[in-house]
Design a protein around this ligand. Structure first.
Ligand SMILES: NCC(=O)N[C@@H](Cc1c[nH]cn1)C(=O)O
Ligand SMILES: [Zn+2]
Ligand SMILES: [Zn+2]
Length: 463
């Protein structure tokens, strides 16, 4: 272990209550990027983060990203960029994270108030954003503070890029990264992202690939307004009935995507690759623990891991415009918008996926012979990404021990290696109700991020 690390680690332990308090303040800001009414809170969260970074001595800027595409009345939240240290003799590491969160409310079934960090008797810290991605983002700030208070020299120059629209597909960030790759980010020697999870609960992991995500809307409309089913049921063709049929035709119960031609886009499985899955420290029990049930598709670990990593999957997410409250409202919705997405893998090109999806959805709708109107559109697409795990950036991270739309953009625009270094575990329930981060993962995760920076500072650069 590098000698300075000991002092840093001890200081992280000393400051642990203060770091938890910092996370409590962050979780208390409901920075939900998908909800228009919460946009001021997303902006407030960015400002809070910028202030915290400034107080730690970083040079901070809040860069505007313009208007939200398709919602021109809304400003995108600023990207918070910062530089900590400018020593030409040190390496420069660019870290990325996001300060926005997924929607959350008690009505979804949370056991505790989602925007109040609640710590239970097993030191599990519940709150929206605790693991995705406020805990990991604060991990970098906490690592800076622990170095300062321990009197340990910070081993690298740190560049930060923290965005507020990740959970909405990182609107506006691609163009920003491309524009700044040779400007603000020009000194970066490597990139590190902490915005994913361990495979299980005990063993840290490094991630060198992410599936892509192509996200679609299917709008079906007919009547001029919502109708009373007692008055109009049996007289009007119902958009919801058409939509449910289309959505049901996309994928079967065992996750097999029904869209012709899609499977042919996937890189074939080689014997070499197949043999790798057996040795991975993962079990069906671990999967069932993180699922919170035994309703898994595949009976064995190999097929499960392949289903999660190397094959595409299609998920149906929800329906806009449909009655979703408790009770028995007898409405016939006039217009409904179904949402589904496909997690894509090598070698699926997003344009090919779109073409096959649009053709199939059109055919399924035409088969219904409905007089309603249907329109299928792409909301956003992030391409899959695979890195080189032999790079020095990964070698450094290995010593200390899963789509993030902009990962590929960082790699292509900066030309630098990108490492994904997760803090949270597989049971953290990111995007779900009762999201949490274990205190152990948070505190040890701060040490992990700090130690990675020490090792990356020392790695020979010749890979
Ligand atoms: N923590 C990463 C994450 O959750 N990313 C989102 C990104 C996304 C894509 N489309 C909408 N959001 C994910 O769902 O993978
Ligand atoms: Zn995230
Ligand atoms: Zn997320």
């Amino acid at each position: 272990m590098a000698p300075q690390l000991d002092g840093f680690f001890k200081q992280v332990d000393t400051l642990s209550d203060h770091f938890i308090d910092r996370l409590r303040k962050a979780v208390a800001i409901p920075s939900i990027s998908a909800e228009e009414a919460r946009r001021p809170d997303v902006v407030r969260m960015g400002e809070w983060l910028a202030d915290e970074l400034t107080a730690l001595g970083a040079e901070v800027e809040k860069r505007p990203l313009g208007k939200q595409p398709g919602k021109e009345h809304l400003d995108l939240p600023p990207v918070v960029i910062a530089r900590y240290g400018n020593d030409k003799n040190k390496r420069t590491i660019l870290v990325y994270g996001h300060y926005d969160v997924q929607p959350a409310g008690m009505e979804d079934g949370w056991a505790t108030e989602p925007f109040e960090l609640t710590i239970d008797s097993k030191d599990r810290m519940y709150g929206r954003g605790s693991t995705d991605d406020k805990g990991p983002v604060l991990g970098w700030l906490n690592a800076i503070e622990a170095h300062q208070k321990a009197g340990v020299d910070f081993p690298v120059n740190l560049l930060c890029c923290f965005e507020g629209m990740e959970e909405y597909g990182s609107e506006g960030l691609d163009d920003f990264i491309k524009a700044e790759a040779k400007n603000y980010f020009k000194d970066a020697d490597a990139v590190c992202i902490s915005d994913n999870y361990w495979l299980g609960t005990e063993k840290p992991c490094l991630t060198y690939g992410l599936r892509g995500c192509s996200y679609y809307s299917v709008e079906v409309s007919g009547p001029g307004q919502d109708l009373h089913s007692g008055v109009f049921g049996g007289t009007a063709q119902e958009p919801m009935t058409d939509l449910v049929r289309i959505l049901a035709s996309l994928v079967d119960t065992n996750g097999k995507i029904q869209i012709p031609g899609l499977a042919e886009l996937v890189a074939p499985l080689t014997e070499d690759e197949k043999s790798l899955y057996g040795d991975i420290a993962f079990s069906m029990d671990m999967l069932h623990e993180s699922l919170g049930s035994t309703t898994s598709i595949h009976p064995d670990k190999e097929r499960t891991l392949m289903g999660r990593w190397r094959y595409p999957s299609l998920s149906v997410h929800g329906v806009e415009g449909a009655f979703s409250q408790p009770g028995a409202k007898t409405v016939i919705p006039a217009k409904v918008i179904g949402k589904f997405s496909i997690r894509t893998v090598p070698n699926m090109e997003p344009e090919d996926v779109d073409r096959l999806v649009f053709k199939y959805v059109e055919e399924q709708f035409n088969k219904l012979g409905s007089k309603n109107k249907m329109n299928c559109t792409l909301q956003h697409a992030g391409k899959w990404w695979v890195a080189s795990p032999k790079h020095w950036n990964f070698s450094a991270a290995k010593k200390v021990e899963g789509n993030i739309p902009v990962t590929l953009t960082f790699e292509q625009a900066t030309g630098k290696n990108v490492l994904l270094l997760p803090m949270g575990s597989s049971t953290d329930a990111a995007h779900s109700i009762n999201e949490k981060l274990d205190k152990k993962n948070y505190i040890e995760g701060i040490k992990l991020l700090g130690a990675y920076l020490h090792y990356v500072a020392e790695e020979p650069m010749d890979k």
